[in-house]
Design a protein around this ligand. Structure first.
Ligand code: MIC
Ligand code: SF4
Length: 642
């Protein structure tokens, strides 16, 4: 039996475990990326490890999230990031150079390499044939220090793409279709591998769109083969030497196979408030649209902007619609300027945004109250846009333009426009002057720390018994945006005491106060707790407030790892009826924690308020149990653990 592509790449990087049996594997990490909103904490953590220089082949620190600079905090963070990068050997991509995932695929991605990124959309690198995984900042810090990355032994899902797109149907519609099939739930531990004859016509940026939004499936990552399309893209980036052919063996085995015929796809849309609430554009025909935003790490490549410009040429945005277009990188923006695309956008009445995360992370362009915004990004969680009651729909750039022109949901195929054919340029405009290369010896570099930059908080070893209240009981699909909102609070990412004040603010504004008064406690949740972002702040800040355990029906992959890293017990109900019975405010007592973590990983919880006992599973491996006992990863490493 031959090997699939995932096993080939992971096999070449395996340092512990086996791909054919067992619970966990560990791999060597070739590259890392961070972005500024998660990066500051990641480098602060790296600094506490006392390692003089990074041990990865390449690590890049991008500034793309907090570029608004209202107040001193963002700029101070950036100065810290720049100096700490120079000191430890990390490349630094300045604000304005573009969104980490887009730039990384353009300038640094290498087929067959492994990468960890402190951002959940790191799997975008799968578009260029990498095994690229989103993790918390601390896991990136460990990898920069030469540590292996531990992950559950993956199940590999083959998605076979056949046929060819109809005009105005594109990569985004493929991943929206896949979200309708796989949904955002139940995919923990899977890796998606794309294959099939349709790949011959799918360029790297289109593949990157699909791999990017694989994050919304909740899978570990997604990967495409490295073929002639990959070679053409790397050649146009003047990096052809980075190319190697990579594909699955013809007789490779998979855990699951899904078929998608591109010819049968139609324009799709994710409806409020979840990326898997999929419908067709046709079914929403005529519904009023107030705002359209095109950009983000999902859909902001040159291909996307060429298609958008072609549709906008000689036309004007509907008078009631605000259209925002933000290129994904400086390279894309320069090319768009040279080709006159930016002029077309302006003539059409669009607002051109900075090549950064911007609207996608709720950093500006919040829609009006209750308004409908159609966006080309990847997440439409409630409130993420900055407006609590806005209705956010996710769609392809083609559908976005159709809505912007007409002011209502419109299938782009019905506009009577001829679809643009996009040819990958022979050569992109290459200018890496906004990427600062670290000096060969950074030991003399002085790291600059502004007043907003605090220390990573300290955690204590796990006690053997805990008696605390249920501070909050929530339902299903609580995202990291619910736990730790971004937008206006993003600037406090390196100031934990301040950021901790807004934990769960949109769910329960009194949470932080209550947690402080009670000296911490438990959070009780339903299914898919911690979906979405990799932000480890959704674990650090609750840990800072004294949260000792999250008891849920299911906890998402990255968030669970972050809980462990910061000493919070991830606990799963063994009987869903217990979840129903528990009330917010109940007092729990847990005993013999150490013994249970070592043997069996099942805890008995006594609800003292209602006087009943129930069992929960501590959802961790032996290695993670040891980290929890030490009170978190930094303590664990300090004791020589891995
Ligand atoms: C996001 O899209 O939610 C973010 C902002 O990029 C996050 C990272 C963060 O919260 O800093 C992510 O996806 O991991
Ligand atoms: Fe930035 Fe949005 Fe991509 Fe997150 S999803 S990295 S906020 S563009």
């Amino acid at each position: 039996m031959g090997l699939n592509l995932v096993h080939k790449i992971l096999g070449a990087h395996l340092v512990e475990g086996s791909l054919s049996s067992g619970e966990e594997i560990a791999i060597r990490v070739d590259q890392t990326l961070t972005q500024d909103a998660t990066g500051t904490m990641a480098y602060l953590q790296f600094e506490t490890m006392g390692i003089p220089r990074i041990k990865t082949e390449l690590s890049v620190s991008y500034v793309d999230h907090n570029t608004l600079q209202v107040g001193f905090e963002n700029a101070d963070d950036h100065r810290y990031l720049q100096t700490v990068a120079a000191k430890y050997g990390v490349h630094y991509s300045k604000a304005g150079n573009g969104i980490c995932h887009q730039v990384h695929v353009e300038r640094f991605g290498v087929p067959g390499k492994t990468m960890l990124g402190s951002d959940s959309h790191t799997p975008t690198g799968g578009g260029i044939g990498m095994i690229a995984i989103g993790v918390g900042g601390l896991d990136v810090a460990v990898a920069m220090g030469g540590g292996a990355f531990f992950m559950p032994r993956p199940k590999v899902v083959k998605v076979n793409l056949t046929g060819a797109f109809q005009p105005f149907v594109s990569a985004k519609d493929v991943i929206l279709k896949l979200l309708s099939i796989m949904t955002t739930k139940g995919n923990v531990g899977k890796i998606v591998e794309y294959a099939g004859p349709a790949l011959a016509h799918l360029s790297v940026p289109e593949r990157a769109t699909i791999a990017n939004m694989g994050a919304e499936l909740g899978v570990t990552t997604s990967v495409f083969p490295s073929d002639e399309q990959t070679r053409a893209f790397l050649k146009a980036q003047k990096r052809e030497e980075a190319w190697t052919p990579l594909s699955a063996d013809a007789d490779a085995a998979y855990d699951q196979v899904i078929e998608i015929d591109l010819s049968a796809l139609e324009p799709m849309v994710a409806q409020p408030h979840s990326p898997d609430n999929i419908g067709t554009v046709v079914s929403l025909k005529g519904k009023k649209v107030n705002q359209v935003c095109i950009g983000s790490c999902t859909n902001s490549s040159l291909r996307d902007l060429v298609v958008v410009a072609e549709m906008l040429k000689g036309r004007h945005v509907h008078p009631d619609v605000e259209l925002v277009i933000a290129p994904g990188s400086r390279q894309v923006e320069m090319e768009a300027a040279k080709r006159g695309l930016l002029a077309t956008f302006l003539m059409a009445g669009a607002r051109v945004g900075e090549s950064a995360c911007g609207f996608c992370i709720g950093s500006g362009h919040a829609p009006g109250s209750g308004e409908v915004s159609v966006r080309s990004n990847n997440r439409n969680f409630k409130g993420r846009s900055g407006t609590a009651d806005a209705m956010i729909y996710l769609a392809s750039p083609e559908t976005c333009v159709a809505c912007a022109l007409t002011g209502e949901f419109t299938d782009p195929r019905t506009l009577g426009i001829t679809a643009a054919a996009f040819e990958l340029p022979e050569a992109f405009t290459i200018d890496d002057s906004m990427v600062l290369v670290p000096p060969a010896d950074g030991s003399a570099v002085e790291v600059v720390r502004g007043p907003n930059i605090g220390e990573p908080p300290k955690t204590l070893p796990l006690p053997d018994a805990i008696t605390k209240h249920v501070l909050l009981k929530v339902g299903d699909k609580i995202t990291t945006d619910h736990i730790m909102p971004a937008g206006q609070y993003l600037k406090y990412r390196s100031n934990i005491p301040k950021y901790a004040d807004v934990v769960f603010i949109g769910v329960d504004p009194n949470f932080a106060q209550r947690a402080k008064e009670a000296g911490g406690g438990f959070v009780v949740a339903g299914d898919s707790y911690g979906q979405g972002s990799s932000r480890e702040h959704a674990a650090i800040c609750p840990s800072y407030l004294g949260v000792k355990g999250v008891m849920a029906k299911a906890i998402e992959r990255i968030h669970k790892a972050n809980l462990v890293n910061f000493g919070i017990l991830p606990l799963l109900f063994t009987d869903a009826a217990d979840y129903e019975r528990i009330q917010q405010g109940d007092t729990f007592s847990l005993k013999n924690l150490h013994g249970s973590l070592k043997n069996g990983k099942v805890l008995e919880v006594k609800d003292e308020t209602q006087n009943f006992t129930f069992k929960v599973k501590v959802d961790v491996t032996d290695r993670q149990a040891a980290i929890l006992m030490d009170g978190g990863m930094l303590n664990h490493i300090a004791k020589g653990g891995k």
